[in-house]
Write a protein that binds this ligand. Structure first.
Ligand code: URA
Ligand code: SF4
Length: 207
């Protein structure tokens, strides 16, 4: 199946109820092909009344095995950056634009592969429903995949990082890079500092 032929998640997303109902429905989703290969679905986590929602890309290898968001290398970096920016991880809602891990096998290893636009579009109804339930005042967009999901084509994170932007529904958002880009960076100190700066700017919008 080609990514532009996916059914999309809509028919699996409950249109009433809260986060618990959403979580329970998530593992049944057949909105795209990623559920055929991943170990498990990785739902969003955090307080349902969070003022800030952070949206990543897709679970990684560790997240897929453990079933929790941002618990691998990118998650450890994110934790450190949030702490430096004065943001308490336990007070934010963390989720991904695409809820199943996408990867390529290389021998025994599973190498992360960026979701195609078809996966991002197919999975968007889950994110949309999370936004409706959690109603965050501010959304932090972590990287290009989350930006594609929430802002469509034509938005470049590098041109607008750290700025206040608006989602189509008028909700405030700040876009920044994905923490795994910082993990891999050749200029780690600079890129980590810039990432923290964007997170601090986001926190400042809530203050
Ligand atoms: N990268 C993401 O975007 N999300 C995770 O949960 C882990 C790594
Ligand atoms: Fe459904 Fe999203 Fe998983 Fe695709 S990635 S099967 S749309 S939950």
């Amino acid at each position: 199946m080609q990514p532009d032929e996916f059914a999309g998640a809509t028919r699996w997303v409950p249109q009433n109820g809260g986060i618990r109902k959403l979580r329970a429905a998530l593992s049944d989703c057949r909105g795209c092909d990623l559920q055929e290969y991943a170990e498990r679905v990785v739902p969003g986590e955090g307080p349902v009344r969070a003022r800030m929602m952070l949206v990543g890309e897709t679970p990684g290898d560790v997240e897929d095995k453990e079933g929790h968001v941002f618990v691998g290398p990118a998650g450890r970096l994110l934790d450190k950056a949030l702490a430096e920016a004065g943001i308490d991880r336990s007070e934010v809602y963390l989720t991904n634009a695409v809820k199943h891990f996408r990867f390529e096998r290389q021998g025994k290893r599973r190498i992360h592969k960026t979701p195609a636009v078809g996966h991002i579009v197919a999975c968007h109804p889950w994110l949309d429903r999370e936004l409706t339930i959690v109603k965050p005042e501010l959304v932090v967009i972590l990287g290009a995949v989350a930006a594609r999901s929430l802002l469509g084509t034509g938005f470049k994170v590098t041109e607008h990082r750290g700025e206040r932007v608006e989602l189509p529904d008028g909700r405030a958002a700040v876009a920044t890079v994905h923490p795994s880009a910082v993990v891999r960076s050749q200029e780690f100190r600079r890129d980590f500092a810039d990432f923290v700066k964007d997170l601090r700017a986001a926190a400042g919008l809530l203050a």
